[in-house]
Design a protein. Structure first.
Ligand code: NAD
Length: 540
């Protein structure tokens, strides 16, 4: 069990504390959306107060949640969330919309997804800026996230003409044995704060060409991205005289998420988030024999072999450890260095960190490389972890402190001196903390890579072909993402993305991940006048 597991109740109470503080001190007129610097938010159709439920029309009868900008702690705007009753109206509308959508030929559905990609292109900059302002990642990454959704739309358009079935040779004369894929129905998407739009994009673009209606619940701390994205998608649907509820939104908290997990009308629940919450969601879905696709926490190691190119290692490691302020599921959390290069890499890494700390700041500033942590809860997790590291005899080689300025900024942190199997090292703290471990050999490093509960991303730097094939082979990395001479983060959409063990086993995006959004029918058609049985069985 993670040491500082992210509990939804903890998030909620912290969000409420921050929100009530702002309610006392901030009137809607003072929301950032009314500051000229943030006027781009209005280009996305956002207002100071927004409705957070869309089931063909906009509504929301739950609490108002104030969305906080992590780089200054101020309220951006507020969203009226959905209740479980609102959720019920969303599922009903989704089911009705599905019966229209599933009738459309897949290439026609692809044409709608192509238009969604174009609509996103038109809003690339303002939407990318919103991702930065609300999540806290730097602008190129905010824009990159929207670009990822656009790319997956392009990919899904191609897929809409290639969703292939199969014909197998039948052993019976006059028979045809086929495999056909049909849509599932309504699928649910629950997403995490750190990729507030791309995860929805990966799921929805592919699910839509597959013929599913999509019901989305984003993170309660990034509701503005959910609302702005749904406005773009719904405008395309409505312009094409299709039911808007093909892509339904229900902003809300754990109550809405729990309702989705328990609901047999949700044929597949795609959940992205922490392993602790994902475990509960998986069990709930399994109780009703539903399908789930789990994309959970990682604890990603980057191994540096004796023969690695150290220049490449340092450059790759800085990006992988401090990029997105350590808030990527694929962030490098363990750096396993061969003893022959350990000291050199550590020294050079510390020098590189000294440079990047001058580039911590407002994610919208083009000089910034590292933005803030996302929330007060993230900050608390970081500080708790640092205290525990010191208590357990870890050495802070770099960083380790909160930065005294508005917002939720911390120093990127390098830690040595903890054993490879310490519970702290085995826990995913979602912050820019990397544990450096000294190893005797590549074999030992691979064993350490595999000994953690999570199995998302992994990477080795080496020039040896023997090491490479050991790493990608049966006794190599047990992760879903297995890289060589590139960092653990920064995956492309063409491959299937996801991980093993406590990362949940799900796969999204490329390759044959689309199959999870469809049901497989094995079909035998007898076009003869005889009734032969398989395996030559005679029943006469
Ligand atoms: P989280 O688990 O706290 O929340 C994720 C989502 O679950 C949110 O929408 C939240 O509202 C919802 N939720 C909370 N309680 C629920 C419940 N009981 N039932 C149903 N839904 C519930 O995660 P987070 O803090 O938003 O995100 C960070 C985590 O996500 C990290 O562990 C990170 O590694 C992981 N993540 C994984 C991937 C991946 O592809 N493997 C990608 C992004 C993030």
């Amino acid at each position: 069990m993670p040491l500082f597991a992210t509990k939804s109740t903890q998030i909620l109470s912290l969000c409420k504390k921050v929100a009530s503080f702002h309610r006392m001190s901030t009137s809607t007129g003072e929301f950032l959306i009314n500051d000229p610097k943030y006027s781009f938010l209005k280009d996305l159709g956002l207002k100071a107060t927004n409705l957070g439920v869309y089931d063909g029309s906009w509504k929301g009868s739950g609490d108002s949640v104030q969305s906080i900008c992590p780089s200054n702690g101020k309220v951006i705007a507020e969203v009226k969330q959905g209740t479980v009753d609102d959720y019920q109206s969303c599922v009903k509308a989704s089911e009705e919309a599905w019966s229209v959508w599933a009738e459309l030929p897949a290439p026609k559905r692809g044409e709608i997804v192509r238009q969604i990609g174009d609509a996103l292109r038109n809003k690339l900059q303002p939407l990318g800026k919103l991702v930065s302002v609300e999540m806290g990642k730097i602008l190129p990454e905010g824009v990159g996230e929207v670009q990822e959704y656009i790319d997956i739309c392009d990919y899904a358009v191609g897929l809409s003409r290639t969703l292939a079935g199969a014909i197998y040779p039948s052993e019976r004369p006059g028979h045809v044995l086929m495999e056909k894929w049909n849509p599932l129905g309504v699928i649910g998407v629950i997403s995490a704060f750190n990729f507030p739009i791309a995860v929805y994009g990966w799921n929805s673009a592919i699910a839509m060409v597959c013929g599913d209606a999509v019901l989305w619940k984003g993170s309660e701390t990034t509701p503005l991205v959910s609302v702005a994205t749904t406005k773009i998608v719904s405008e395309v649907l409505e312009r094409n005289h299709l039911p808007g509820a093909i892509a339904t939104l229900c902003c809300g908290g754990a109550d809405v998420g729990k309702a989705m997990a328990a609901d047999p009308r949700i044929k597949l629940l795609s959940f992205t988030g922490s392993s602790a919450v994902g475990h509960n969601v998986g069990v709930e879905v399994q109780k009703r024999f539903g399908k789930h696709l789990l994309e959970l926490g990682g604890n990603n190691a980057l191994i540096v072999a004796e023969d690695a190119d150290v220049d490449m290692v340092v450059q790759a490691t800085v990006f992988a450890c401090v990029g997105t302020a350590g808030q990527r599921c694929t962030t490098t959390r363990r750096l396993i260095l061969h003893k022959s290069v350990h000291d050199e890499v550590l020294q050079r890494l510390k020098k590189a960190y000294e440079q990047v700390v001058h580039r911590i700041g407002d994610p919208l500033d083009d000089k910034t490389l590292i933005g803030p942590l996302h929330s007060p809860l993230s900050l608390q997790n970081y500080e708790n972890t640092i205290t525990e590291i010191v208590k357990q005899g870890g050495r802070i080689e770099f960083g380790g402190k909160k930065i005294a300025r508005d917002g939720f900024f911390v120093q990127p942190t390098i830690v040595t001196g903890l054993p490879h199997d310490s519970p702290l090292v085995h826990n995913e703290c979602f912050a820019p903390i990397v544990y450096v471990l000294k190893t005797e050999s590549v074999d030992e490093a691979i064993a350490w890579n595999n000994e953690v509960p999570q199995g998302l991303s992994s990477s080795i730097f080496t020039q040896s072909i023997g090491n490479i094939f050991k790493w990608i082979g049966p006794k190599g990395s047990d992760c879903g993402i297995v890289n060589v001479n590139i960092p653990t983060s920064g995956a492309e959409i063409g491959g299937a993305f996801g991980g093993e063990k406590h990362t949940g086993g799900g796969r999204e995006s490329g390759s044959d991940a689309w199959k999870q959004y469809m049901r497989r029918a094995t079909i035998t058609i007898n076009h003869s006048k005889e009734l032969p049985l398989a395996q030559g069985i005679k029943f006469e």
